[in-house]
Design a protein. Structure first.
Length: 318
């Protein structure tokens, strides 16, 4: 009977200790995990916003240099202006085309080149002011290119359009340098949801959903509007996605980080909590066993005394 009572008391005490430790460890884990995710959200939101601002300033600088080319329109020797602008802005090309289709470039053009029929020229006429074109294949180099354009002359009746080219691989270098963690990457998306820059060049001009089916343009716009976070598997690895607008352009900048790497401190805390809980349980079993044994020792003495009295009474009666 005493062995059964001792085991029950020890079991109850250990169960209470384990339940208390588990509740404490669980509460600590949940709080730390939530605080860690909140801190990651703040840090990544600021980082994504800062890089988007850097791209905004980069675009503004290129557009200012492009706007300066309007002074070359009508000049008898405009090529030195084009070369100076190309060097100042680190452009891949600088030029302008008159409304009568006369093209002024600092290099020879393919035979039959028609500037007024090019997408960048039509885009400038449509916008009616400084603009940034969607990506297209450059007629002279065959490379994927974006163009900074600006019409020159009266609204609706420009006499020319100036333009400067920047190949996508130049932009990709800037975007690929955005790596807040070793297991992370950034992607730049245009206003149509097409990829402008990614660590893998083969994704260029593909829909952003090519990276992952769940990663669509509508989600990126929602994240940019709400300064939110999305969690999804990309290449079978759970990732956290953040996005923001690049002001002055139709672009969105998204930064993707590995969730496991970002929350490594939380997993380490969980492992430490599990080890501490196990140690506490073992120590509790030992201490409770000693305490219960000491408390039940007198009961054992009483039991033995009653047994002796019972045996003596039985002898006398016999």
């Amino acid at each position: 009977m005493f062995n059964s009572l001792r085991a029950r008391l020890i079991g109850i005490c250990v169960a209470i200790t384990v339940a208390a430790l588990f509740a404490l460890a669980s509460a600590t884990f949940v709080v730390v995990r939530n605080n860690t995710l909140d801190a990651i959200d703040v840090r990544m939101g600021q980082l994504t916003h800062n890089h988007a601002n850097a791209l905004t300033e980069w675009v503004k600088e290129k557009q200012r240099i492009t706007s300066a080319l309007t002074l070359a329109v009508g000049k008898p020797e405009p090529v030195p202006f084009l070369l100076a602008a190309k060097q100042a802005g680190a452009f891949d090309d600088a030029y302008f085309v008159y409304a009568d289709n006369r093209a002024i470039f600092p290099h020879p053009l393919p035979e039959g080149y028609s500037g007024t029929g090019r997408p960048w020229y039509q885009h400038a006429i449509k916008v009616g002011g400084p603009a940034l074109t969607p990506a297209y294949v450059d007629a002279t180099t065959g490379k994927l290119t974006i163009t900074f354009v600006e019409p020159v002359g009266p609204q609706g009746q420009p006499i020319a359009v100036v333009g400067t080219d920047m190949h996508l691989d130049t932009i990709a270098q800037k975007v690929n340098a955005i790596r807040p963690m070793s297991q992370s990457f950034a992607v730049l998306v245009d206003g149509e949801g097409k990829i402008l820059a990614h660590a893998k060049p083969e994704y260029a001009l593909k829909p952003v959903s090519a990276i992952a089916p769940q990663l669509d343009f509508a989600l990126l716009r929602q994240l940019a509007d709400n300064a939110g976070r999305a969690s999804m598997p990309i290449n079978d690895v759970e990732q956290l996605v953040y996005a923001t607008k690049v002001e002055g352009t139709p672009w969105l900048l998204a930064v993707v980080i590995d969730r496991a790497q970002a929350t490594a401190s939380v997993r380490e805390l969980l492992e430490v909590a599990a080890i501490i809980t196990l140690i506490c349980v073992l120590v509790s079993v030992a201490l409770v066993s000693v305490a219960v044994n000491r408390q039940l020792r007198r009961l054992a003495i009483v039991r033995d005394a009653l047994a002796d009295i019972h045996d003596g009474a039985t002898v006398m009666i016999g």
